[in-house]
Design a protein around this ligand. Structure first.
Ligand code: FES
Ligand SMILES: [Fe+2]
Length: 335
């Protein structure tokens, strides 16, 4: 294990919770990017994510803070804070303190996840968090899939970029995932903040087959460094979301979600069981990667085989755009 030499304060959308962890009236404590934060759901159902400390005398709003209608009330002296982080009421004074504001984060709820936009420079979001259904423009919806299955592995010593580098790493599949032959990448598009990777892969058959004859594969859409969604074709219909969020300068929380497609059939209970089983298998494969990532030391410059050079150079150059200045300029020593 080793502290990642890449910035743990990248820009982009990152998952901080699942929607169903924060009901109406709940105040949920969390720590990401080295900051104590709270997420709270107003009576209207709207979710707010903000820094955890009251701007009055610094009470932590996650310990006794109360949702009152559309505002969050501090447990210490009852000051109330709006969804924009503005002070809207001091209970023992006739006007609020309009100058003070608690930092809030842009937030979206998508695919049952809560994503926040993190940016040290505090720019507005300049790309969208990918949707595991809409991202593939095929008209699919959550209703076409069995309920989401999840994996949550908090506080691992790894960096979001390790996970995305799987998207160019054809050689690991045989060894980590026991595929009979190495997959082949058919698309690498790192032109924008949202990038695209497609590959042909099979988990069936033996090592005598040729990848050219394989009729199954995976498409992946990476929304920055924090979120990747995938769609499979030619095998059991599944969609996945992987989300890696830095907690502090050493560790990240890893969340992984799987949806298995509903197939027409006479026995819904059996279909449900089979979907659960297949979902567990997809999760198991992701856990095999985690086992590597959580003990990995980021190698820069890496020793690459000839066929690896193009993919790794492209993804590492792409990743640099999400890092604060200092890290971005020292990165990319692979030339
Ligand atoms: S510290 Fe929050 S109201 Fe005083
Ligand atoms: Fe992998």
């Amino acid at each position: 294990m080793a502290k990642p030499p890449l910035s743990m304060k990248p820009t982009g959308w990152f998952q901080v919770a699942w929607c169903d962890e924060i009901g109406v009236g709940d105040v949920h404590r969390m720590k990401y990017f080295g900051q104590e934060m709270v997420a709270w759901r107003a009576e209207s159902g709207e979710l707010t994510v903000m820094d955890a400390y009251c701007e009055h005398l610094g009470a932590h709003l996650g310990y006794g803070g109360k949702v009152v209608g559309e505002v969050l009330q501090c447990p210490f002296h009852g000051w109330q804070w709006s969804r924009e982080g503005r002070n809207v009421c001091i209970p023992y004074q006739d006007r609020p303190n309009r100058g003070r504001r608690i930092r809030t984060y842009p937030v979206v709820e998508r695919n049952e996840s809560v994503y926040i936009w993190h940016d040290l420079e505090r720019r507005e979001p300049y790309f969208e968090a990918p949707d595991v259904f809409a991202a593939f423009n095929d008209g699919s919806r959550a209703a076409d899939y069995h309920p989401q299955q999840r994996l949550y592995r908090p506080s691992l010593e790894l960096h979001p970029q390790y996970v995305l580098e799987n998207g160019v790493d054809f050689a690991h599949f045989k060894f980590v995932h026991q595929t009979p032959i190495a997959p082949v990448f058919t698309r690498h598009d790192f032109g924008d903040a949202v990038s695209f990777v497609d590959f042909t892969i099979t988990f069936e058959g033996d090592d005598g087959q040729r990848i050219e004859d394989v009729k199954s594969g995976v498409q992946a859409v990476n929304g920055g460094l924090g979120i990747a969604v995938t769609k499979s074709w030619g095998m059991v219909d599944n969609r996945t979301v992987s989300a890696v969020t830095p907690v502090d300068d050493h560790t990240s929380d890893v969340r992984f979600m799987v949806y298995i497609g509903r197939a027409p059939g006479k026995d819904p209970a059996r279909a449900e069981r089979r979907a659960a089983e297949f979902g567990r298998e997809v999760i198991r494969q992701f856990e095999q990667d985690i086992e590597i990532w959580q003990h990995q030391r980021y190698s820069d410059p890496p020793a690459l085989a000839a066929d690896e050079y193009e993919g790794f150079t492209a993804i590492r150059a792409w990743a640099r755009q999400f890092y604060p200045e200092a890290f971005a300029s020292q990165g990319g020593s692979m030339q």
